[in-house]
Design a protein around this ligand. Structure first.
Ligand code: BGC
Length: 376
């Protein structure tokens, strides 16, 4: 850790690091120095591309979206089969769904130990590509993207209510409000480019679903996850606490504003349970991954929420906290160990996979997003 890197230097380093770690095919590696992260995730990648758009690196963002387009064009038959099975009411196993990450050249990753069925990245890419077109002055859906975009819309509209792994690649038997936020954000952003009638219905249904099923009965905040009940028409609480990814409901996907009562209560709970005294934000209480440390990208998100609520000083504190976590070269990790984390679990993970992923491109991206709010 060093104090010598300024917030401005860290912004330049972040942009450079992301550019250097973009594969010639257009994908962004999640982390170049951590073997389990040597893939490109649609989730990480869409937020990284968004940050690059904001940082003025529109070509880089465009290359990423072209890469996703090619990946999805190759998945067309698979999605058509899934939609066919769905229409016939056939059971679909989780491994049949689209994957969440791909090799950097776009090939399927069939061998990782983590679960693949995650819908959030597909929502995030629709949101990201729509943002990219808006920022680059494109008003109409580029014909070359029609097939991949419409395929993703049909896929999400058919399967949004299926339990799937959350954005941390856990709890695949549950439904996660932050995943629904990504789907909502993706469908609502892409709607100005594609006029499929089902989009408006599903966007509306997701919002109602969140209000009906995902609120803690007594504490009135959005919970981390819910699970289909045995009678299959109702839901039980899957995890009754909050998760920092619930911030996505407000920013950037705007399912609810920060002043919406339930969103407000969710953010208050998040601050009370997940923000540590020194300023970092962890994922959720009981997180075991590397002992449950403070995440750079979530701390940046927290600052982003503060900024959008007019709390500029607090937002700047989050930015400075992040800058203090950079190493001597300005590299940011995925997470840092802190006082509330479990030392034993941290060490078990270090023994298994090595020290936490550094540099994590998504951390650098979210730093750039917050930096551009404050200094852009
Ligand atoms: C995180 C995912 C992320 C992946 C690559 C995992 O540890 O839980 O959210 O997509 O790393 O960065």
């Amino acid at each position: 850790m060093t104090e010598t890197i300024t917030v401005h230097e860290l912004a330049k380093i972040s942009r450079q690091l992301i550019l250097w770690n973009q594969h010639p095919a257009g994908s962004y590696v999640a982390c170049p120095l951590f073997s389990h992260y040597g893939f490109s995730w649609l989730r990480d990648g869409s937020f990284i591309a968004y940050a690059m758009d904001i940082a003025g690196e529109k070509d880089s963002a465009g290359r990423f979206y072209e890469w996703v387009r090619r990946v999805l064009d190759r998945q067309r038959d698979r999605v058509e089969q899934l939609l066919h099975k769905h229409a016939n009411g056939e059971t679909i196993a989780q491994h049949e769904f689209l994957h969440t990450r791909y090799h950097l050249d776009g090939r399927d990753d069939d061998h990782s130990e983590w679960g693949h069925f995650q819908l959030d990245g597909y929502g995030a890419w629709l949101w990201g590509v729509a943002e990219h077109w808006k920022r680059t002055g494109i008003d109409e859906l580029p014909e070359s993207f029609r097939s991949s975009v419409e395929l993703t819309i049909r896929y999400l509209c058919a399967f949004w209510k299926q339990p799937n792994f959350d954005c941390w690649e856990e709890r695949n038997d549950q439904i996660h409000p932050s995943t629904l936020a990504c789907i909502y954000g993706g469908l609502s952003s892409i709607h100005r480019f594609v006029h499929m009638p089902e989009i408006a219905d599903v966007v509306n249904d997701i919002r109602l679903f969140l209000l009906k099923h995902c609120i803690h009965p007594e504490k009135k905040y959005f919970v981390k996850s819910i699970r289909p009940a045995a009678d299959s028409n109702s839901y039980d609480i899957g995890f009754e606490g909050v998760d920092a990814s619930l911030m996505w409901l407000a920013q950037p996907f705007q399912v609810f504003g920060v002043d919406h009562a339930i969103m407000n209560a969710t953010l208050a709970e998040l601050e009370a349970r997940l923000k540590s005294a020194d300023g970092g934000v962890r994922r959720y209480v009981g997180d075991e991954y590397y002992g449950g440390g403070e995440w750079i990208l979530l701390t940046a998100w927290y600052g982003w929420i503060d900024y959008s609520a007019g709390q500029y000083e607090q937002a700047a504190e989050s930015l400075q906290w992040i800058a203090r976590q950079a190493d001597a070269w300005g590299r940011l990790p995925e997470q840092v160990f802190h006082s509330l984390a479990s030392k034993d679990t941290y060490e078990q993970w270090v023994h298994r996979w090595g020290t936490p992923a550094t540099p994590l491109l998504w951390s650098h991206a979210m730093y750039l997003v917050l930096y551009s709010q404050l200094y852009g």
